[in-house]
Ligand binder design. Structure first.
Ligand code: PEP
Ligand code: MG
Length: 328
């Protein structure tokens, strides 16, 4: 039986005043992306490659990866799939690549591991490039970048993957495409370096889960401080707003792929800030679409401007709650 949200999931994600919003899915292993609504999304805004690595008993070979990525790209073709390079460390560990740290979330994570093991990243990039031949719907995204050198090194490795592949396939007539490459904005330092990165990368996507964690210094998985972990904290909202205006000024395509975009109140504020691409868990998409189809961007903007004036998370929530009730 369809609920009221599902009954509209095949309709366009467009606000009452005609603003089209791209809704994309966050995917990993989960087969929920096979659901009916996946047909009506605008592609995959975050494909978490580590989910598949976590299921394996050892690092998958380049050929295995190629096969897997090709299946994913094919499933969503012609929509784009933003594949994120391996994002392990923190709470995501591979049984076959074990290490312990005192502060895993501040330790060896994401791009840091990939760059310390360039052979792993090269394998992954080559597998992605191979998988994309003849399809062309791949975009690549780098997790946890916090230093300019990381962007530069990763770009260099992508070039290397591309040239090595050209050599490998020199006597075959296979066209290798250079995919767009983007960075995740999830460590506060990355946001201050956007002006320098805008010419290097093709897009960026806010990871609001980690950005909230690092901005507020609150472990995203620690129950003891769970009530302090809140992306509606005024500072987080102000930073998200700043990212949107900065990207607009720099003409750098931007989106958001943290859980915040899958919350109706979050989506409303983000749209008001200027975000037009939100990537979310498939289970939240119908509801977000239903809500935004009943609102005007102008009203969302008025709400945002009130929220941005608040100094406590509680006040923000109070405003959001009454807005939702008024617009029910
Ligand atoms: C995020 O940090 O917001 C994000 C989307 O990445 P992950 O949840 O996989 O860390
Ligand atoms: Mg993250």
């Amino acid at each position: 039986l369809h609920d009221k949200f599902e009954a509209e999931h095949h309709l366009e994600a467009v606000t009452l005043d005609g603003e089209h919003i791209s809704l994309l899915v966050n995917a990993g292993l989960d087969l929920s992306t096979e659901q009916e609504i996946a047909k009506y999304c605008d592609g995959v805004g975050l494909y978490r490659t580590e989910a598949w690595f976590m299921q394996k008993g050892q690092f998958p070979t380049q050929a295995e990866q190629e096969q897997w990525y090709r299946a994913v790209l094919t499933r969503y073709h012609p929509e784009n799939v933003v594949m994120r390079t391996l994002d392990i460390g923190g709470d995501k560990v591979l049984d076959y690549f074990n290490f312990t740290e005192e502060n895993p979330f501040l330790g060896w994570r994401g791009i840091r591991i990939s760059l310390d093991h360039p052979e792993l990243l090269l394998d992954q990039l080559k597998a992605m490039l191979k998988a994309n031949t003849g399809l062309g719907n791949l975009k690549i995204m780098l997790p946890m970048v916090s230093h300019t050198e990381e962007v530069d090194e990763a770009l260099k490795l992508l070039e290397q993957a591309y040239f090595e592949l050209q050599e490998e396939w020199a006597d075959q007539f296979i066209q290798i495409e250079k995919p767009e490459i983007g960075v995740m904005l999830e460590v506060p330092s990355s946001i201050y370096l956007l002006p320098e990165w805008a010419d290097k990368v093709d897009f960026c996507s806010v990871g609001s889960n980690d950005l909230t964690q690092y901005l507020l210094a609150v472990d995203r998985n620690n129950a003891q401080v769970a009530d302090l972990f809140d992306p509606f904290h005024p500072s987080v909202l102000r930073v998200l707003n700043q990212v949107a205006s900065q990207c607009q000024n720099l003409e750098l395509p931007f989106s958001l792929c943290g859980e915040l975009g899958g919350e109706p109140e979050g989506a409303i504020l983000l749209i008001a800030m200027g975000y037009r691409r939100l990537s979310m868990n498939i289970s939240t998409m119908s509801k977000v679409k239903w809500v935004l189809r009943r609102l005007k961007v102008a009203d969302m903007e008025a709400l945002l401007s009130e929220c941005l004036k608040q100094s406590t998370t509680k006040q923000v929530h109070r405003l959001l709650k009454s807005f939702m009730i008024e617009n029910e």
